[in-house]
Design a protein. Sequence first.
Length: 145
Amino acid sequence: MTRPRFHLAFPVHDLEAARSFYAGVLGCRTGRESASWIDFDLMGHQVVAHLAPEECASVRAGAVDGQAIPVRHFGLIVDWDMFDALAARLQDAGARFIIEPYVRFAGKPGEQKTLFVADPSGNALEFKAFREDDMVFETDGRMFA
């Protein structure tokens, strides 16, 4: 392993709906599973859907760059060119966008393409791409709103 892999467990209300979204729409390979959870390979990272309908709740939002961003979310940073293909794949699958694809912080440090989509249980996922990879943690010295 050259880079540590991320692991995240999250609640879902229906494992088969989760399988349809993560394996079908996002193209994640499945790993181990039981009657109460499924491992998914999200581009080399292990995300695990756990059957816990009582834990699935609406997500609060906070303001970022004039958008209501879900406070609880997870996702990936992908290549600039890969982002458009992923966005098209989600659109073609009829995914429920929380925030449609757009460019955030245009012309500023940290310029990025971003989108937010909900899985069938309401978990928010963000996929983003930075114009310049070294800008992931770049700041212009002020707080963003």
